[in-house]
Design a protein around this ligand. Structure first.
Ligand code: ZN
Length: 47
């Protein structure tokens, strides 16, 4: 044993999408994700 197996995050993502749980390090990243993936104007795109 000498190595840690798994993902090591230097910085913990502080911006987590409340809808799908995807995490971002920047507010901009989360903002873009939310606008693109969870656009409020496209909420009726559910099948
Ligand atoms: Zn999301």
């Amino acid at each position: 044993m000498g190595r840690v197996i798994g993902l090591v995050f230097d910085e913990e993502p502080k911006y987590v999408c409340p809808i799908c749980g995807k995490a971002y390090k920047t507010a901009e990243g989360l903002e873009k994700h939310t606008a693109k993936e969870h656009s409020e104007e496209n909420r009726n795109a559910e099948e």
